[in-house]
Design a protein around this ligand. Structure first.
Ligand SMILES: [Zn+2]
Length: 416
């Protein structure tokens, strides 16, 4: 199929919107973002650029060599390149497609799936399907449209409920997919023995022990990339005693700082600062003095990951006194650039002296409201390093990154 034919193909059928307005026939619906639609139909001026040398970063070098054969020195249209394929919408599957494009922008994930990093256990269902899809995306001509149907079927047999009535949330899909990949890539044949890690009075030693123990449970190539250690310190105002907790995590979930009726944009820095803000725990029973106090709690990061996934808590579920109310925090994210310094998250105990600077790899965006809307992604190609915009079957140039990421829901970063 030629490029022109691909661009002129009718929109996929079956995109349904449970609570949203019915789209006019013959045109893909879009909520709130006119630029998205424009870029899909009109690709803009055909800027010709010389393809640069493949990235020299360790994780993507081999991939670059594998894919750049015959490409170096050629001219290429912006928006095209190896690995830049669309994903067909099989009926409200944009939330899956956007997550898959994000994962296809993480060099370590692509390398793992394409066979460079070990492998997965025999009998695995999800990872080989995902690997086959990624292989297809990297071997077909740019702007081909691939189908994630095989992966969807494999996921349906796992924790993920596909089909009518399923959760149509990109974050939940990402969590289930990552969990399946972690399970299938586990290096331990059997789960380790459960044991308590006592508070020995030395939080740094406690963190080290907790980390070693959590690595026994979470030992897979995917955990090597995404795993990190959160911490929280709780202190008693009555006796001054401090207690520490260290938790294993594969993503950082951040509240969006909001005032009542505040409709302005938020920055990632603001969300990071909100994470480090002291909280009050009412009715905390102090194990040192035995008093019931309003304790102070501060969260932080003790060990940083190679790939940092930041999820903004856009969807809320709160008790208002009579019933649970769900809603969406639609505040646009003001992306200040492609770099993130996560140093402000470091807890006071951390011995992780590695860099805390991260580079943006991909963003999963949500436009629309609760129960309806559309997911798209922006992703950096692991070979040519360029950002592209993915909207189901279409692939295009990004234009303004800040504009594209206003609806950011999940952001993927690589440690520099
Ligand atoms: Zn106390």
């Amino acid at each position: 199929m030629s490029k022109t034919e691909l661009l002129q193909r009718p929109p996929p059928a079956g995109l349904h919107r449970p609570h949203g307005p019915k789209p006019p026939s013959g045109r893909r619906p879009h909520l709130g973002d006119r630029d998205d639609r424009c870029s899909r139909l009109v690709l803009g001026p055909k800027v010709l650029k010389r393809v640069g040398s493949p990235s020299s970063r360790g994780g993507s070098r081999r991939l670059a060599e594998k894919n750049a054969v015959g490409a170096t020195g050629c001219v290429e249209e912006v928006g095209e390149g190896p690995g830049c394929c669309g994903l067909a919408n099989a009926g409200n599957t944009c939330y899956q497609n956007s997550v898959l494009q994000c994962l296809n922008s993480v060099p370590g994930v692509v390398e793992y799936l394409r066979g460079g990093r070990g492998g997965w256990r025999e009998g695995s269902e999800v990872t080989p399907r995902l690997a086959a899809l990624v292989e297809e995306m990297w071997s077909r001509p740019p702007r081909s449209v691939c189908s994630a149907e095989g992966l969807r079927r494999a996921m349906a047999g796992k924790a993920w409920r596909a089909g009518p009535g399923s959760q149509e949330d990109a974050h939940e899909f990402f969590t289930a997919l990552l969990q399946a990949m972690r399970d299938e890539g586990a290096r331990n044949a059997a789960p380790p023995k459960y044991r308590e890690i006592p508070d020995c009075g030395n939080p740094v030693a406690q963190a080290g022990e907790e980390w070693a123990y959590s690595k026994e449970w979470n030992d897979s190539p995917i955990d090597d990339l995404f795993g990190f250690q959160n911490s929280s310190a709780t202190s008693c105002p009555a006796c001054g005693a401090q207690s520490h907790r260290f938790d294993y995590a594969t993503e950082l979930q951040l509240e969006i700082p909001r005032g009542v009726g505040d409709l302005g944009a938020v920055s990632l820095k603001g969300c990071l600062e909100r994470f480090r803000q002291e909280e009050t725990l009412e009715g905390y029973s102090c194990s040192a003095c035995g008093k019931e106090v309003a304790a102070r709690k501060v969260a932080g990061v003790h060990r940083y990951p190679e790939v940092l996934v930041v999820t903004l808590k856009r969807f809320t579920y709160e008790w208002d006194g009579t019933s649970f109310r769900s809603g969406k925090v639609a505040a646009p994210l003001e992306l200040e650039g492609e770099e993130l310094d996560a140093g402000c998250l470091r807890d006071g105990l951390s011995e992780d002296r590695g860099p805390t600077r991260y580079r943006l790899l991909a963003v999963c965006n949500h436009t629309g409201g609760l129960g309806f809307g559309h997911y798209t992604a922006v992703g950096r190609n692991v070979v040519d390093g360029r950002m592209r915009h993915f909207d189901d079957s279409s692939v295009g140039p990004v234009g303004s990154l800040a504009g594209r990421c206003a609806g950011a829901y999940m952001l993927f970063f690589q440690r520099c």
